[in-house]
Design a protein around this ligand. Structure first.
Ligand code: SF4
Length: 338
């Protein structure tokens, strides 16, 4: 007789909680397929690699899916609002659960598991939020949180009699003591350390720049590449419609150069200095301010005139400017998120 194992899809982020949820489900005798979703807003590149290492350690296959486009729509207009920064966690979790549901269908799996823990995060992991994610993702009782399962509503595997309710755990709250003890007991060492800083939308500088861009341009008007550009350089809102972005190092200078299409590109010619971009309908006065701002971050002495080349499309011009003084109070006022 061939024994066919019942299959679950596990959202595997690379963090400890999802790895534990996966381990519990495997220990209960289910087959598990891991699923790692990339939003495009991860800080660092390590999570996907860590999810791969964890999947390999757990002996399960891992599917990698890019949900960046769908996620941008969520960031632009979250139905359930933003958290403490610009993180639309509830909508994000709904999107992830819904995507996992589609993979569940494809895989012929019977339920989805996540590492969510009741009350771990104030906005997205209280009881009502967990129920809402289950409901709005369309998964209902097929969305299972093994780490807190005993404290939540009944799940599909329980209803079907595949497991007993007490086989789920009853972890809740922000402390990670129990999870760390389980990780040690089960030899899980590869996970991304829980720091809360894994998502760009939670970081102050990025959130401030995004808020500014939405206010200046409207949430819907921001193109995909502009979300990426918010990661690089120092950003200055020098007028309601004009923003200047100044590279902070050689890598950022090179990156800013790739975003030049449709923007003024500024480079300091006579001394080493940053590459800068000007966004928006800048007039002569704003371009001069931008050139002086760029020169402020060059190697020029405070009162040394420097030449700045400004180009957009085929148009090139040069401007001789005095760098803005480092203590010009407008600089701090203009700066967004640093
Ligand atoms: S922190 Fe970022 S990735 Fe995590 S749930 Fe919130 S929006 Fe999604």
């Amino acid at each position: 007789m061939i024994l066919v194992m019942k299959k679950a899809v596990a959202l595997l982020s690379g963090g400890l909680d999802s790895a534990l949820a996966c381990t519990i489900t495997l220990q209960l005798g289910f087959e598990v397929v891991g699923l790692n979703l990339s939003t495009g807003f991860c800080v660092g590149q390590g999570r996907c690699d860590t999810a791969l290492a964890l999947a390999s350690r757990l002996g399960i296959p891992l599917r990698l899916l890019d949900v960046g486009k769908e996620f941008l729509e969520v960031v632009r207009a979250p139905q359930h609002g933003y958290g403490s920064a610009m993180n639309p966690c509830l909508d994000c979790r709904i999107l992830m659960a819904r995507t996992a549901g589609a993979v569940m269908e494809e895989e012929g799996a019977l339920f989805v598991i996540t590492g969510e823990v009741l009350q771990q995060r104030p906005m997205s992991q209280h009881r009502r939020a967990l129920d809402l994610v289950a409901e709005e993702s369309g998964l209902g009782e097929r969305l299972v949180r093994p780490l807190s399962g005993r404290l939540l509503g009944p799940t599909h595997p329980e209803r079907m009699g595949w497991i007993r309710r007490e086989q789920w755990l009853d972890i809740q709250g922000r402390s990670r003591k129990r999870q760390l003890a389980l990780a040690e007991a089960w030899g899980l060492t590869e996970f991304v350390q829980p720091s809360g800083g894994c998502c760009l939308l939670l970081t102050r500088p990025y959130a401030a720049r995004l808020r500014d861009a939405f206010a200046a341009r409207g949430n819907k008007a921001l193109a995909e590449e502009e979300f990426a550009l918010l990661r690089f350089g120092r950003h200055f809102r020098i007028s309601p419609t004009v923003k200047v972005i100044v590279g902070r190092n050689e890598t950022e200078n090179a990156v800013l150069g790739t975003f030049a299409s449709g923007r003024w590109l500024l480079s300091v010619v006579t001394v080493p200095g940053p590459v800068s971009l000007v966004e928006g309908a800048a007039g002569g006065e704003e371009l001069e301010l931008a050139a002086r701002l760029a020169a402020r971050y060059s190697d020029a002495r405070p009162d040394e005139p420097v030449t700045v080349r400004l180009s957009v499309g085929d148009a090139v011009q040069e401007s001789r400017v005095i760098p803005l003084p480092a203590d010009d109070p407008r600089i701090a006022r203009w700066m967004i998120g640093d």
